[in-house]
Design a protein around this ligand. Structure first.
Ligand code: ADE
Length: 241
């Protein structure tokens, strides 16, 4: 999968997405992540990419031309106009479901805004999806772009070495993941639940499922209402439709 992050701060994005699992997937050629410097496309003789807002007001607005030219250069290289996310608090909140959906794209552009915003006309021209990472305002779209790139990348086949771990985790079926334990058996006076040492896989699975439900009920009751529970589980945990 190919990510193109349109930004005025390419170094911010490049450093963050080179470590750990994402870095390894890039080395293996499963992911290609390119930070495109919008400033490289400005036609202004002073390399300017922003200007005052029409109508007045505080701050500067990112101009349409450099963003559009950077986008067109990518679209030409790719051979079509790919799906293009604008990172903005004015969109639906990013979810695991969206991460899975975007992971099906071969090419994805993410536009990072800055200052007081981006000229509306270029957004109308290129953006297919407005996406927020939560109801708070950041100074720019770079952190949201990194958050989305990381979450989407994990859903690309081959990025997680243990294929199963992408589906048996938090938010699958709207349930949080069960607790995990590793060695030693006893730490700080606390023992690992015996069922996990029983070797009985059915029992372990059923214990984990139960823990997932209990945990979701306690920590994210809003999610539990949407969870895929059996009729029996709904009755046991008093979940109403
Ligand atoms: N840009 C600034 N704040 C943001 C947010 N919460 N989500 C996405 N992009 C943003």
């Amino acid at each position: 999968m190919n990510f193109y992050i349109l930004t005025l701060f390419p170094e911010m994005v490049e450093h963050a997405l080179n470590a750990s699992i994402i870095g390894r997937a890039k080395e293996k050629g499963i992911l290609h992540i390119e930070a495109v410097n919008i400033r490289d496309y400005t036609k202004d003789k002073h390399q300017k990419t922003d200007d005052y807002p029409y109508g007045g007001g505080a701050g500067m607005v990112m101009q349409a031309q450099p963003i559009y030219d950077a986008y067109l250069a990518l679209a030409e290289k790719i051979g079509y106009r790919p799906r293009t996310i604008y990172a903005t608090p004015q969109g639906p909140s990013f979810t695991q479901k969206m991460a899975k959906e975007f992971a099906k794209e071969e090419h994805l552009i993410i536009l990072c805004g800055h200052y007081e915003g981006v000229d509306e006309r270029v957004l109308e021209e290129i953006v297919t999806d407005h996406v927020s990472i939560g109801d708070y305002v950041l100074t720019g779209g770079e952190l949201p772009a990194m958050v989305m790139t990381d979450a989407i990348s994990r859903m690309v086949p081959g990025v997680l070495t243990n294929e199963a771990s992408g589906s048996l985790e938090s938010f699958e079926g709207n349930l949080l993941e069960h607790p995990q334990y590793s060695r030693p058996y006893e730490w700080n006076g606390k023992k690992v639940p015996d069922v996990l040492l029983s070797g009985d896989h059915r029992k372990i699975e059923s214990w984990r499922r139960e823990q997932s439900i209990l945990r979701t009920k306690k920590r994210r009751p809003d999610l539990l209402k949407k969870a895929d529970l059996t009729i029996k589980e709904k009755a046991e945990h008093q979940v109403n439709d």
